[in-house]
Design a protein around this ligand. Structure first.
Ligand SMILES: [Ca+2]
Ligand SMILES: [Ca+2]
Length: 408
């Protein structure tokens, strides 16, 4: 039953903190702002090189801008020993500041033609074996698709303006200067998902992180209920704001329904832009979520709720992993596995990715955020070669934020 147990035996490709070299890809108009950020991160012990996309477009001759960025990253990996990449700008259907690479998916959920796939930028291969200009086709492009092996990492900071960069920089500073917090909270609004979220939070994460505490914020019971009044602390937008703002817990997993602009909570209430605008939490959050579309950073509509959390000055989040589209439960045998998910807490691919991220980041390995997600995805590489739905899962879960940050 525990075919996924190998996810938690990570490879030894760990990169020590001193060796981390980060390549920051900047749009020309944010070069100055990102150079200041890189200087700050250098002083904090993480060296960064900023390279603007107009230079990349001139230096590399082949293909579209996405391909040129990929070639530039490859050169920095192979010749200069870089491990980590930051994409320093938002993406939109027309391209945006740092365009994403759209990949094509046809699987048990139907088809999607434009899943933004930032892991593409770490690849030595083109993701378009048949050369038809459609990337990441599960069968036709198989020989040119490559997944993270745990040694390289990437994240996107989906900002649009120099002010966004500065606000983000200030939050990173506050984050790194704060005390370590050994508590993670898991919110869950969907009863069918209780079993798997509890398994993740009571069994799998504590096993890797025994000194930590995991709290629960479900519709029907919470860590903060009055005695004998199970569930009286509602999973409401107001209560979520209170918990985000207290500074007691900075690590969150949110499970449940969502849309591009909201997390849907108990009684159909939702947490949206007005709630984000009120956040002044000095301790910025690290957040994973499976909620549909909350990570849809590449839409015409902007910001998505996760981008709003990252851009909120003086509050919100510094790191988020979220699905760019539906965030469906990815399973090998859906006809059996859905029932096991509800009854026994079998973890689907998306929930497993988040769980493995937390265990790599908080466990003995103390992997930095991007590295933790890379290790998590490396654990899914074989599944993704076999299954078109896992292939979609590994593509659509992007890290938003600076991948070189520790999770502390
Ligand atoms: Ca193709
Ligand atoms: Ca966006």
């Amino acid at each position: 039953m525990m075919r996924g147990i190998t996810y938690f035996v990570f490879s030894t490709l760990a990169v020590s903190a001193a060796e981390v070299k980060v390549l920051l890809i900047s749009p020309p108009e944010l070069k100055e702002a990102w150079s200041e950020y890189a200087e700050m991160r250098g002083e904090q012990g993480t060296s960064m090189k900023v390279i603007p996309t107009d230079d990349i477009a001139k230096q590399y001759a082949h293909g579209d801008l996405q391909n040129k960025i990929r070639l530039c990253v490859q050169e920095h990996i192979t010749k200069e020993g870089f491990h980590t990449v930051i994409l320093g700008g938002d993406s939109s259907p027309e391209g945006g500041l740092i365009p994403d690479r759209d990949t094509y998916h046809l699987n048990m959920w139907g088809n999607d033609t434009d899943i933004p796939t930032d892991i593409y930028y770490l690849s030595a291969t083109s993701w378009d074996l048949d050369g038809d200009g459609i990337y990441g086709e599960f069968e036709d492009d198989r020989g040119a698709i490559s997944y993270p092996d745990g040694s390289l990492s990437i994240g996107r900071i989906p900002v649009r303006t120099a002010d966004d960069v500065q606000a983000y920089a200030e939050k990173v500073k506050a984050y790194l200067e704060g005390e370590t917090i050994s508590e993670l909270a898991m919110a869950c609004e969907v009863r069918g998902a209780y079993a798997k979220v509890l398994r993740s939070g009571r069994e799998l994460i504590p096993k890797a992180w025994p000194e930590g505490k995991v709290s629960f914020f479900f519709n029907d019971f919470t860590t903060w209920d009055a005695e004998g009044e199970e569930g009286d602390f509602d999973l409401s937008p107001e209560n979520l704001r209170v918990k985000f703002s207290e500074g007691v817990i900075d690590k969150w997993h949110i499970h449940g329904h969502g849309l591009i602009d909201r997390w849907i909570l108990e009684k159909g209430e939702f947490f949206s832009y007005e709630d984000v605008a009120e956040l002044r939490n000095e301790r910025p959050l690290v957040l994973t979520t499976v909620s549909c579309f909350t990570g849809h950073f590449d839409a015409e509509e902007d910001p998505s709720i996760t981008e709003a959390m990252l851009r909120q000055p003086g509050g919100g989040a510094v790191l988020i992993i979220a699905p760019a589209r539906e965030g469906k439960p990815h399973f090998h045998r859906p006809e059996k596995d859905f029932r096991l998910m509800v009854v026994e807490g079998k973890l689907d691919g998306t929930t497993m990715t988040m769980t493995a991220f937390w265990t790599a980041a908080l466990g003995e390995q103390r992997a930095r955020a991007g590295h933790a997600l890379a290790l998590s995805k490396a654990g899914f590489a074989k599944d993704s070669e076999k299954s078109a739905t896992y292939h979609q899962g590994i593509c659509e879960l992007n890290l938003l934020g600076d991948p070189s940050l520790p999770v502390r």
